[in-house]
Design a protein around this ligand. Structure first.
Ligand code: GAL
Length: 414
């Protein structure tokens, strides 16, 4: 295993000397291709260029990043890793253990990351005691988005319990409106599932099930109730949901074809990019129940040769955690800054709710990593869970059968 402590340190030294020798270069692999996402990543591209960097874009379309991760594996296996990669959660540590990630501690220490990042976020960025990724944001998963006009016209409030959600959905169906905009892709099924599970199981049992993989909770009656609610959700999506991209589902809420979407707050980035105003055109509320499911986007630097690329890695790392970038990027992306010292004055009410709820849930022990977005579990285990969730959603499998399969799949993945 070889980690370039020296390379990162020398890259910083090069930067410190005004980058007289190396011109920063970076080939950046990411999956930010929707309207709101593209606008957000452009902020980083521009800052990189303004600081003398040359950016080679490697976008791999596909929400949730599954396709991007497949592309990454192919590149690393062929011995040609990209310079910087959108990577998050335990996948960061998995790649580090393979000996292919660079140590970016020199930048992190010079920039004082430990002082400006919450310990919970910093923990995801560390590998065997060194900094191995740079965080850009905190996305919240357990959100429900609503079309304000559609809800008002049908006398419906944003739901605060799952019973209220079901009653609203039944009413909307009767009025000929699609209750739930959804795209039938495994990661989107998992996104809805974990919001439902958090609400029905509660934060403590959610953690036991999807962080600790506790068999008692995985096999519990509560989990049967979660799949019961998922069966209802299946009845609230339209006939054409299979394979639909998440941003097209968001567009259905925007144009009033559908009333709600359950999706992380990158959906807000989409509403904002289309000029929609929170509280007026669209409404945000956390999905019914307590807790907060977080999803921190981050970038890891892969081991590469060449002063230019290493200077690019150091510059990118520095910019990503920079105060201005964290503000402007997150205003576009729908998330909130990872840094604790960025003022939220320019952020909207949904972001303020997110920040307040994150702090409260952190104190109350209900701030939890998203399993559906790769923050809680290693790939084999989250994949095993999602396979069952998707198989249930796309068939008439009973809730009890789904629970049995879930327990078996998790046991076999360990
Ligand atoms: C998530 C990612 C978000 C957003 C979303 C849809 O996994 O963390 O930043 O891009 O996928 O692509």
């Amino acid at each position: 295993m070889k980690h370039s402590v020296f390379a990162a340190a020398s890259a910083v030294a090069i930067m410190a000397s005004g980058m007289a020798m190396a011109e920063p270069q970076a080939e950046v692999l990411h999956w930010w291709t929707s309207g709101g996402e593209a606008k957000s990543v452009a902020v980083l591209q521009n800052e990189f260029a303004e600081n003398g960097g040359t950016w080679t874009d490697m976008p791999v379309a596909g929400g949730g990043g599954d396709a991007a991760m497949t592309a990454l594996r192919a590149r690393v296996l062929s011995g040609n890793a990209p310079t910087a990669v959108q990577l998050k959660g335990p996948a960061i540590q998995e790649w580090y253990e393979e000996g292919v990630l660079a140590d970016i501690s020199a930048v992190a220490n010079a920039e004082g990351w430990a002082d400006v990042l919450p310990a919970s976020i910093a923990g995801h960025m560390m590998c065997e005691g060194v900094w191995c990724a740079a965080p850009v944001n905190v996305h919240r998963i357990d959100w429900i988005w609503g079309n304000a006009d559609v809800l008002a016209a049908n006398g419906i409030e944003m739901p605060t319990t799952w019973d209220e959600f079901n009653a609203a959905a039944d009413k909307l169906m009767a009025a000929g409106i699609i209750p739930l905009a959804h795209g039938g892709q495994a990661w989107q099924d998992a996104t809805v599932f974990e919001a439902v599970a958090l609400g029905i199981l509660g934060p403590q049992n959610f953690k036991k099930a999807f962080v600790d993989l506790d068999m008692d909770v995985l096999k519990s009656d509560g989990m049967v109730a979660v799949f019961d609610q998922m069966r209802k959700m299946r009845g609230y999506v339209d006939a054409n949901f299979s394979g639909r991209d998440w941003n097209l589902a968001t567009a259905m809420v925007m144009n009033g074809e559908a009333a709600f979407q359950i999706m992380g707050d990158w959906a807000k980035g989409e509403f904002l990019a289309a000029g929609k105003v929170p509280g007026k055109d669209f409404l945000c509320l956390s999905t019914p129940g307590d807790g907060f499911l977080y999803n921190v986007d981050s970038f890891a630097m892969f081991e590469v040769d060449g002063d230019d690329k290493q200077a690019g890695q150091a510059l990118l790392s520095k910019l990503i955690v920079g105060k201005n970038f964290q503000k402007v990027f997150n205003l576009n992306k729908g998330s909130i800054p990872a840094r604790v010292d960025v003022a939220l004055d320019e952020f909207d009410s949904c972001a303020h709710t997110s920040s307040a709820d994150m702090n409260a849930s952190s104190e109350g022990g209900s701030l939890l990593p998203s399993y559906a977005h790769g923050m809680a579990l290693r790939g084999a285990q989250s994949g095993a869970i999602t396979d069952v969730v998707t198989a249930h959603f796309n068939s008439d499998m009973s809730s009890q059968d789904a629970v049995n399969q879930l327990a078996d799949a998790v046991a076999n993945s360990m």
